[in-house]
Ligand binder design. Structure first.
Ligand code: NDP
Length: 338
């Protein structure tokens, strides 16, 4: 059972030296205790929040322990079970971590969930029909509160969360504008995902030019803004907000590796009478059932599209994770284990 442990905490940018590949013995079915399930992982999810957990700082999430398997979402197949709710062959989603196999105490609420792969591929349960999808659903539906005809904008628009935000907004009758890094990602957001427009923030290093591009793409201003990035992109969006607009503060990835993320014009929040709300998706379990049901239906019927960046093999996880923090992924970042 190969595993990746956190070897040291980053000082500034995370690097591959912060991780260690460890060969542990494979768990034996015969050694399972009552209630335990042995899962072979097919995919591991890499997510930006993991960077925060690598620090030993006060946050909403407890820090990742040093010398222990990196935590993370996984999908896989049950190999052996001593829990009546799970049979060998069942496909499951859990928090198995950066390793090839996991022994899960399935009696623990939320530890494991069976999934149906008839119409939704297994890997999608880590993306559009998983935590990132619910994140998009919660921030858009509960904070941005979209009404038909409203103007919705989202940053990191080609990514796991952002791609769902814009497509959901379109499905609710809104105009959706994305902000993403590079012409390829922007073309995908408009041509494949059906957003109304997408701004390549990397083509606008000057804040005035970025603002003008966003202004051209949002002729009626922005009613709801879904923030994943922070920094210059947030400054431009703030300046385009309509009075009484809403901002869902979902992520600030441009600062996760230690870069400062100042806000240029905080007075705009007051002047435009904005409602700005941060949220953590795992604290809103009450919406997961409804959100996952809607997202699964949309994926199964082809109305919700998504893209994946798949790294091969557990050993590729650290570099793929570092790449995610630098925007090298294009869509949901996964690691394929078998
Ligand atoms: P993505 O699939 O969107 O991948 C991350 C993307 O962020 C990159 O592809 C890149 O896109 C962009 N990015 C990376 N570094 C920078 C940078 N320095 N400046 C600007 N953009 C950058 O990831 P997710 O969809 O999984 O997550 C998106 C956001 O949602 C993150 O901020 C994450 O922390 C947050 N999140 C919050 C949750 C919550 O409960 N609040 C739950 C889940 C996610 P590009 O090339 O377009 O710049």
């Amino acid at each position: 059972n190969r595993q990746i442990h956190l070897a040291s905490r980053p000082d500034g940018e995370a690097s591959s030296a912060n991780f260690r590949l460890v060969e542990a013995p494979a768990p034996e079915p015969a050694s399972l205790a009552v209630g335990q399930v042995l899962v072979r992982h097919h995919y591991l999810s890499l997510d930006p929040y993991m960077r925060g957990r690598m620090n030993d700082a006060k946050s909403y999430a407890v820090p990742q322990k040093l010398g222990a398997v990196m935590g993370g979402g996984t999908v896989g197949e049950v190999l052996a079970s001593r829990h009546p709710g799970y049979q060998p062959g069942d496909k499951v989603v859990g928090m198995g971590g950066w390793q090839e196999y996991a022994v899960v105490d399935a009696a623990q609420p939320g530890a494991l969930r069976k999934v149906d792969t008839t119409h939704v591929p297994l890997s999608a349960y880590l993306g559009a029909v998983g935590m990132p999808g619910v994140t998009a659903w919660y921030g858009l539906m509960k904070i941005c509160a979209p009404v038909p005809g409203a103007s919705i904008a989202v940053s990191a628009a080609s990514g796991a969360v952002g791609s769902v935000v814009g497509q959901l907004a379109r499905a609710k009758g809104c105009r959706a504008v994305g902000i993403a890094g590079g012409p390829e990602k922007c073309a995908y957001v408009v041509d494949e995902l059906g957003f109304d427009a997408c701004i390549d923030y990397k083509a606008h290093a000057d804040p005035k030019s970025l603002y003008q591009a966003l202004a051209d793409a949002t002729p009626d201003g922005i009613d709801g803004y879904f923030e994943n990035v922070g920094g210059a992109v947030l400054d431009a969006a703030l300046a385009r907000m309509n009075a009484f607009g809403r901002i869902a503060m979902c992520g600030m990835i441009s600062g996760y590796d230690g870069a400062p993320i100042p806000l240029a014009h905080p007075a705009l929040i007051l002047q435009s009478r904005l409602r700005v709300e941060g949220f953590i998706v795992s604290e809103h379990m009450e919406v997961w059932g409804e959100a996952l049901g809607e997202l699964a239906g949309m994926v199964a019927s082809g109305r919700l599209k998504y893209r994946e960046s798949v790294a091969q093999g557990l050993e590729s996880a650290p570099d793929a994770f570092i790449g995610l923090l630098k925007g090298r992924n294009f869509g949901k970042q996964l690691v394929k284990l078998i």
